[in-house]
Each structure stands twice: as structure tokens, then as C-alpha cells.
Design a protein around this ligand. Structure first.
Ligand code: SF4
Length: 309
């Protein structure tokens, strides 16, 4: 952190203590935000952590819209703030609730599983949610032979490789623009330059990238894998923020970004200054209408029943 950031971080920590607030940051956040936060994790990991903090009434959720909504859904008794209300995930916006309804009508016998990377209204329309870490387990636990899945078509492809069920992606080509950036050429090039490295890719990456990887998993699974593997060099195909986290928490290994420009610019709209202002003014507040919250919560809890977490 530079001098200015350190000063701002100190002000945040002081105010946070006074207000008994909790600062939660996603794995893809700016390094200075990760360093200031109480916890850094994936979206559901952050929501669960907040649930354990009974004393806290104020959550500053340094993430994007759908993640902050999940925090509201799982922590209805707490006030959830998002430092920048324009931090909107384009992939979540690709699946409006109406499209889930239409797909259900078209495939009446199919179950509907939605990635947690959807807005609350869409979540409220599904049978069960899943994360990229447990998507295969959730889908395989269901009785239905057909499963409607959205919004990420690459994660849908990943699930299809590990199930006998028919996966019906909605929308047909929903994608995360950050993970879409990685190409087959990037992986081949990185492998050639670092022949002893292991390649880790996120299941939101294109199928050809997933095929070339030694390990495919969510950010939390990648983190665990890095901890366990004896390999000292790792080529990472996910948003660049995870590398900041790995360097800080698991030093002593070499982390090579498969594509150094893989930056989620919406996530990075959040800054230390905006966090300070959000804490000070207790806004912008994230809200989810009660009927939607109830249904969306049921879908997330169903996931917990299946996976035990
Ligand atoms: S990395 Fe992709 S899925 Fe995650 S918030 Fe950014 S655009 Fe959305």
C-alpha cells in the first residue's frame, strides 16, 4: 500500500471498530482492499462468514451486485452496504428472471439449477443454487434427467463433462467476460515458457482452456490446491486478484498469470475511498424485496442441504 492508502485504511479500521462493522472483500478485489478487509473469500464464503458474526450489524460488502444481494438474503438482520453501487456483474445481468420462467415452461420435467452468480429475482425462480465448486455435486444429487442451468455456458459445459444428465444452458451463450479472455494460445504459450508449472483454470473459462488445464476449480478450490500441491510454479487462469491473495497468503511459490489483463473492472470499481464513505454515511444500502428474499434463500439453503456447507 502507498502512504495515502495506508492513511485511508487506518481511518477505515477506526470507523469500522466504532460502528462494529465487518469489511468483507471478494478474492478478485484490489490488493489494498484485500489487505484492509476482515475476510477475503468467494461470495458464498463471505456470506457464511458474516452469518457467524452475531455482534455485527453492518456489513461492507466489497464485491458486485449479486454477491451483495446474497449477503442480504443470508443475513436479513444486518445492513449490507456496497461501496460502489455501479459494481454490476454483466454475467448476472444476462439471465433475467423472466427467462428462467420461460425455460421452465419449455422444459416442464427439467430441474432448474442456477449459479449463485445471478440476481436475487432469478435465484428466486430456481429449485436450487450452486457455486462453481459444488455445481457438479448439486446437479448429480437431483432426480431429474434434464437440468436447466445458467447463466454461464462454460460452467454448464464443465458440469456436462461430469454428469449423465442433459444440461440445458440458459441463456445459450451466457459468459463471464473476464474468464472468456483466456485462450488456448495463452495456456500453450505459458506452458512453453514455464514447462515445470501446473496450470489451474476456473470452470468459467472456455472448454479448450479447461481441457488444457491440470486442475479446474473455483477460486476456493484453487487456493486449497495451491496449498497442497508440491509444485512451486503455477499458471493461474482466473481474475488477477486471486494472484494477489495467493502471493500474500501462500508465499514461496511463483504465480504466473495466464493472461495478465484478466481484470474484472466492475469489481474493481470499489476503492478504499468509497469504502470509507460507505462506512461513514452507511450507504448505498443493498435491499432485496421480502418475497424474493424468501424464495431465493430457500434455493441457497437447498444447496447447503445437498452439500452440507
Ligand atoms: S469476474 Fe466475471 S462473473 Fe465475476 S463479477 Fe466479474 S464479470 Fe461477474
Amino acid at each position: 500500500m502507498n502512504k495515502e492508502q495506508t492513511k485511508l485504511a487506518e481511518k477505515i479500521l477506526k470507523l469500522k471498530k466504532e460502528k462494529k462493522a465487518l469489511l468483507l472483500a471478494h478474492n478478485y478485489q484490489r490488493p489494498e482492499i484485500q489487505e484492509t478487509a476482515d475476510y477475503v473469500a468467494d461470495s458464498i464464503g463471505l456470506c457464511r462468514r458474516a452469518q457467524q458474526e452475531e455482534e455485527t450489524r453492518l456489513l461492507v460488502f466489497s464485491t458486485v451486485d449479486f454477491m451483495a444481494e446474497s449477503a442480504v438474503i443470508l443475513n436479513p438482520d444486518k445492513k449490507v452496504l456496497i461501496p460502489d453501487k455501479n459494481a454490476l456483474c454483466p454475467m448476472a445481468a444476462m439471465l433475467p428472471a423472466e427467462d428462467v420462467k420461460l425455460a421452465r415452461r419449455k422444459h416442464r420435467d427439467a430441474a432448474v439449477v442456477l449459479y449463485v452468480n445471478t440476481l436475487a429475482e432469478a435465484k428466486a425462480m430456481c429449485d436450487v443454487c450452486c457455486t462453481s465448486a459444488n455445481a457438479v455435486q448439486v446437479v448429480n444429487s437431483l432426480d431429474a434427467k434434464q437440468v436447466i442451468f445458467g447463466p454461464d455456458c462454460n460452467l454448464a459445459w464443465h458440469i456436462q463433462q461430469h454428469t449423465d444428465k442433459e444440461i440445458i444452458p440458459i441463456p445459450k451463450r451466457g459468459f463471464c467476460y473476464v474468464h472468456k479472455l483466456f485462450s488456448e494460445g495463452d495456456i500453450l504459450f505459458a506452458r512453453e515458457k514455464h514447462p515445470n508449472a501446473e496450470v489451474l483454470a476456473h470452470p468459467e473459462c472456455n472448454p479448450e482452456v479447461q481441457r488444457l488445464a491440470d486442475f479446474v476449480g473455483s477460486t476456493s478450490q484453487m487456493y486449497r490446491h495451491v496449498k497442497e500441491t508440491p509444485k512451486k510454479e503455477l499458471i493461474i487462469a482466473t481474475e488477477i486478484g486471486l494472484i494477489d491473495l495467493l502471493k500474500r497468503e501462500l508465499p514461496g511459490k511463483k504465480y504466473i498469470p495466464a493472461y495478465p489483463e484478466a481484470v474484472c473492472s466492475t469489481m474493481k470499481l470499489n476503492t478504499l475511498e468509497k469504502i470509507y464513505l460507505a462506512l461513514k454515511n452507511e450507504e448505498p444500502v443493498v435491499t432485496v424485496p421480502k418475497p424474493i428474499m424468501k424464495k431465493a434463500r430457500r434455493a441457497v439453503e437447498k444447496m447447503t442441504e445437498i452439500t452440507g456447507r
